[in-house]
Design a protein around this ligand. Structure first.
Ligand code: GSH
Length: 214
């Protein structure tokens, strides 16, 4: 199995964590969006994934494939309603939260790094002050006080908070006084061994990128 993508992507992180949880060994090929052949990534996005003859894209599609092929350590709940809710929370995170939290990362880290222009702090401020709080209120009502969303750790847990780690690299932190359950949940997910493994690798990369940009 081969996972293509940059480990700082919230979607690549989600997929890598699911592979880690399931204890599957895989090769990782660092790749940026737009750099892969169309056969691997027809939309030019990361992650892309191959397993033998199979070539697929999209983190949710890849994670569902892994769940079906390697069900021994499940990452999806069993009950129908829980499965539906897990998929919804993943979708919510992959769209709205990546747009907002990932947007902070894009403005403050990627834009200057890729020489795409100066950070638009007014835009970042609007996200933090106006756009993000209603979504954080929603998430505060969704995450558990202890443990994971659906019993054992699964795709929805990492998906829901993945882009917050990107925002964290860009100096954003969920206010624990206003959203205590969510702030604790983000910290709890970060400490899960399958996630910590990824975040440790990312920390090394962030350090490397910072010294290259000096
Ligand atoms: N729904 C896709 C989204 C993947 C995605 O948007 N990845 C970003 C990087 S974090 C990307 O490749 N963006 C380039 C583009 O949109 O052209 C998934 O879950 O894999």
């Amino acid at each position: 199995m081969k996972l293509y993508g940059a480990i700082l992507s919230p979607f690549v992180r989600k997929t890598a964590v699911v592979l880690n949880v399931k204890g599957l060994s895989y090769e990782h090929e660092p790749s940026f969006p737009g750099s892969l052949p169309r056969t691997l990534s027809p939309l030019g996005k990361i992650p892309a994934f191959t397993d033998g003859d199979l070539s697929i894209s999209d983190s949710s599609v890849i994670c569902e494939y892994l769940e079906e092929k390697y069900p021994q350590v499940p990452v999806m709940p069993k009950a129908l309603n829980d499965r539906a809710r897990a998929r919804w929370l993943e979708e919510f995170a992959d769209t709205k939260m990546t747009e907002l939290a990932g947007g902070i990362f894009f403005e403050r880290i990627l834009k200057p790094m890729m020489k795409l222009g100066a950070t638009d702090e007014a835009k970042v401020n609007d996200v933090i002050t106006n756009l993000m709080p209603p979504q954080l209120d929603y998430l505060e009502g969704q995450v558990p006080t202890d443990g994971w969303l659906f019993g054992s750790f699964g795709t929805a847990d990492i998906a829901l908070v993945s882009s917050f780690y990107n925002a964290g690299y860009a100096g954003f932190k969920v206010d624990a006084a206003r959203w205590p359950k969510l702030a604790a949940f983000i910290g709890r997910v970060a400490a899960h061994p399958a996630v910590k493994k990824q975040l440790d690798a990312e920390a090394a990369l962030m350090k490397q990128m910072a010294s290259a940009n000096k």
